[in-house]
Design a protein around this ligand. Structure first.
Ligand code: NCD
Length: 317
């Protein structure tokens, strides 16, 4: 694996292979001494042009657990705010000797530009680009679903026939896009639920069913309900009348939560708008995997860094 830019085109066996390596990493993380010597001498740069809590500290923890040296670079406070281009930043990182660059950027496609540019020879990991993709989030979501369903017997398994309902701000969500491609490749059956204004143009060509009523979707008792954050920072227009109206129609409130099958898994990538797309009780319930997703994120990112930096760096683009 040379780079991880997207989950589109990731085939089932490769995806299961990554999840299986993540299982090994999770096992190592459960030991008293969590650190592995695997990436000693390698340098991982976290290049974040957009705010992040979970993803940045998760990649940092993952790289450190594999004994890599980690450089955290936030665009705020760097020469980027003086107008430095991605090219100059990349060349600087190359000069420092970065082996992998984990990049989050508000522009869709920025990680791909970096990977194809020739400015830097490092492995590039997309940690979220605009509204395009967030592949490690999808991998950690798939890992979390697989673990909830199969526990210790997860290795080697896909998500065949698992029904996943993804709800909310699909149009702005790179998490939804990466999940649609990955979970479908693993055999899951996906339904997207959102107001028409929050569905992307062209969604009719995606391998999913689309609906507007959360209540009707919940009647089908999906195995997984994945709630998405309303991404107000990406909204230049008004996409729904007001927050109360949104919650009433598309929020996972206490009443809807009570109607879920006791085995239905409730997911959210975070950060959560409590009371808007999900109630506090739903987010904190035993059916919710919100914190498990964070824990699993470290194992999945360890797997991706390992595959990029110590394996055969070829194949995936
Ligand atoms: C997501 C992101 O940044 O795309 N968060 C995350 O990485 N955990 C989703 C979001 O911001 O809503």
């Amino acid at each position: 694996m040379r780079h991880l830019l997207t989950t589109k085109g990731l085939d089932r066996d490769t995806a299961i292979g990554i999840l299986d390596v993540a299982e090994e990493m999770a096992e190592a993380s459960a030991r008293t001494v969590k650190k592995l010597p695997t990436l000693r001498g390698k340098t991982v740069v976290n290049l974040f042009f957009e705010d992040s809590t979970r993803t940045r500290i998760s990649f940092e923890a993952a790289a450190k657990r594999l004994s890599a040296d980690v450089i955290n670079f936030a665009a705020k406070g760097s020469s980027v705010s003086k107008g430095e281009s991605l090219k100059d930043t990349a060349q600087t990182l190359a000069a420092i000797g970065a082996d992998a660059v984990v990049i989050r950027h508000p522009a869709s496609g920025a990680p791909t530009v970096l990977a194809r540019s020739g400015w830097i020879d490092a492995g590039i990991i997309n940690a979220g680009d605009g509204t395009h993709e967030h592949p490690t989030q999808a991998l950690l979501d798939a890992f979390t679903i697989r673990r909830r369903l199969h526990g210790d017997a997860s290795r080697g398994k896909g998500l065949d026939g698992v029904t996943v309902t993804i709800v909310g701000d699909i149009v702005h969500s790179r998490v939804a896009r990466s999940n649609v491609w990955l979970l479908t490749a693993l055999g899951a059956v996906i339904t997207l639920i959102a107001p028409a204004t929050l569905l992307p143009i062209g969604v009719g060509h995606w391998p999913v069913a689309v609906g507007h009523s959360l209540d009707r979707a919940l009647e089908t008792n999906p195995d997984v309900v994945m709630m998405l954050r309303i991404q107000s920072e990406r909204m230049q227009a008004s996409f729904f009348p007001n927050a109360r109206e949104y919650s009433r129609q598309w929020g996972l409130d206490d009443e809807r939560m009570a109607r879920l099958y006791p085995t239905t898994i409730v997911m959210h990538p975070g950060p959560i708008n409590r009371g808007l797309e999900i109630s506090s009780a739903a987010a904190d319930s035993a059916q919710s995997t919100v914190l498990e997703q964070v824990t699993n994120g470290v194992s999945v990112r360890m797997a991706v860094l390992y595959l990029l930096l110590s394996g055969e760096r070829e194949g995936l683009a």
